[in-house]
Design a protein around this ligand. Structure first.
Ligand SMILES: C[S@@+](CC[C@H](N)C(=O)[O-])C[C@H]1O[C@@H](n2cnc3c(N)ncnc32)[C@H](O)[C@@H]1O
Length: 177
C-alpha cells in the first residue's frame, strides 16, 4: 500500500514541529546555563529603559529574546540598536520583526553568546539576566565600556554597584572603575 500525499505532508509537518520543539528545548536549557531562560521584560522596565537611554548613541540588549526591547527602544531613541541572543529561533523571529517594522538600517540582532562579546563600542546596555550571572557581567562591563555608558538591569540589581537610580524592578548604573 502506498501512502497518500496527505499522509506524507502530515508526516513532514509533524517532523518539522517535533524538530522545532527539540531545538527550542535544547536552547532553553543552554540559555539557563549561560545567563537566563527566555522571559519577556515587564512593560514598566522597558518604559524605564526608554526614558533613561533616550540620548545614548549605540545600545545593546544583552540576551535580546524576541526583540521586544530593541523594537521598543527604537521608538524613542535614534541610537543604533544591537541584540545578542543565544537561541537561534528567537534570533530568526527578531530578524523578521525588525524587517517587518522597517528598521533594518539601525536595528540588528546577532546569534552570539554574550560571554564571547566585547561591548566596548556601546554607551547603553539593557540586561535581564539571572542574578547568579550579574557579578561576572558587571566585572566584564566595567572593564570594557566607555565611562559615559549607562546600564539598565531589569528585575535584578548588580550586587557590587550602587545604582544611580532605581525603581522597584529596574536599576540604572554608570561605570564605576
Ligand atoms: C530573561 S530573557 C530577556 C529577553 C529580553 N532582553 C527582554 O528583556 O525581554 C534572557 C534572554 O537571554 C538569552 N541568553 C541567555 N544567556 C545568553 C548568552 N550567554 N548569550 C546570549 N543570549 C543569552 C536567553 O535566550 C533569553 O532570550
Amino acid at each position: 500500500m502506498t501512502p497518500s500525499v496527505v499522509t506524507i505532508v502530515i508526516f513532514f509537518v509533524f517532523l518539522g514541529v517535533v524538530s522545532l520543539l527539540v531545538v527550542w528545548y535544547f536552547f532553553h536549557v543552554v540559555s539557563m546555563l549561560r545567563g537566563a531562560p527566555y522571559v519577556e521584560s515587564k512593560k514598566k522596565n522597558i518604559e524605564f529603559a526608554k526614558a533613561v537611554l533616550a540620548n545614548q548613541k549605540k545600545i545593546a540588549d544583552i540576551g535580546s529574546g524576541d526583540g521586544s526591547v530593541l523594537l521598543a527602544l527604537a521608538e524613542t531613541t535614534r541610537a543604533e540598536l544591537h541584540g545578542y541572543e543565544i537561541n537561534p529561533l528567537l534570533v530568526l523571529y527578531t530578524k523578521w520583526r525588525i524587517k517587518r517594522a522597517g528598521l533594518a538600517s539601525r536595528v540588528f540582532v546577532h546569534w552570539q553568546d554574550i560571554w564571547s562579546q566585547n561591548f566596548h563600542s556601546f554607551d547603553g546596555i539593557y540586561v535581564y539576566m539571572l542574578p547568579s550571572f550579574l557579578g561576572r557581567l558587571s566585572s566584564k562591563l566595567k572593564t570594557k565600556l566607555p565611562p559615559q555608558a549607562l546600564i539598565v538591569s531589569a528585575c535584578f540589581p548588580f550586587r557590587d554597584q550602587k545604582p544611580l537610580h532605581a525603581t522597584e524592578s529596574a536599576f540604572l548604573y554608570t561605570i564605576e572603575k
